[in-house]
Design a protein around this ligand. Sequence first.
Ligand code: ACO
Length: 418
Amino acid sequence: MSFTITGTGSYLPGKVVTNDDLTAFLDTSDEWISTRTGIRARHVAAQETVTDMAVAAARAALEDSGSTPEQVDLILCATLAGEYITPSLGCMVQKELGAHCPAYDLNAACSGFLYALDAAAGYFARGRVKKVLVICAEAMTRLMDWTDRSTCVLFGDGAAAAVLEPGEDLLSIHLSAAGNNDALCIPHVNGNCPYSGYDRGPASLMMNGQEVYKFAVSAMSKGVEKVAEEAGISLEDIALVVPHQANMRILEAARKKLGMPAEKIASNIDQCGNTSAASLPILLDQLSRQGRLKKGDLLALTAFGGGLTTGACILRWAKEKSKKTAPRGNFSCEQKKGGIIMSTFESIVKVISDYREMDPEEITLSTTFEDLALDSLDMTEILMGLEDEFGITIEPDEKLENVEQLVTFIDDQLEKNA
Ligand code: ACO
């Protein structure tokens, strides 16, 4: 016994901040943010508390499933930070809804929805519950250093919820954690203990963007492959991938690795940015309300986040189209290409020209990366492509300026490994 989703809901704050708005106080541009991330705007909880957003999303999901708060047997909230360390966000939502069931929070950062679904599946398997309310709510904009342009432009606020009832629609699920506070962390607040000589540093998000980027591309694609295999289905059987929304370029790189067509990858990152745990279920709710999900569709949900955590599952969509439209949000999908293997030089040319969508004839041994106008994420992805192609590791600080140096470097590595 697992579960079926009978209702979804979401809430996005009314205040919308565009990339251009950010240029009023940050040295940034719409061009940089949108080309590096796909983000054009984000919702900011200027008035709402995390509890307000969570409750609004929960009410929408309950209404969508035709349920009342009294019927709920468990409230599970995934969040990085509710209003309080205690009471939990789950308890605050329970109070506001007037529900009478256990409630608690879990923190798996952006993978929170998948972790919550897996925890809920355990309650259904033990026959402990008939109705579970899963809520993901985040006020990421309150966890940022707004003088740090490399992080604050990426995030937004919002909440989403799902009502789960007994069923057999979770076909497979896989979670992972690889403890790491160097790639991404948000320290807790410091108290004022007179005996403490320990300073946690500022309570705002710190991130090594490129380390997270590499982790994310591989985690998202491998996650989908793994759960598809465990569910006994092929990638072609998947109607839609509903991924965590961190960066459009991560989604596109993962899509290429999976070899899936653009129309099978859902995204609303242009309007929402990264809302951590809430991002995937917000998108799921929007897709449902826009009629993009058909009864019987096999969906692949995939996420990664701070921790570092990952989660992926295959979910059969079993509900009819929601009656009301989504509160806000737009969808965008990307384009597609392919790849094959040859000599070192030819393989490098293939990886670069496929990635750049350019004529391979234009790439010679003397072509420099400057000639190709590659930004740091382009380089990261091309190096990842070459790592996959040749089964080697290329450190990001390796000084490589042109294709000839790349050929020599890769040949040396292959010889060492032989
Ligand atoms: N506007 C303009 N320029 C900027 C900005 C900005 N907002 N931010 C950084 N830059 C500059 C940098 O200063 C740097 O300039 P320099 O070359 O003159 O030194 C240049 O742009 C490149 O900076 P990088 O940090 O190397 O940028 P990168 O190419 O790595 O892209 C990004 C950054 C978009 C954050 C990318 O690394 C990424 O998406 N990483 C994954 C992040 C992610 O998914 N996080 C999810 C975590 S969510 C969670 O768990 C809570």
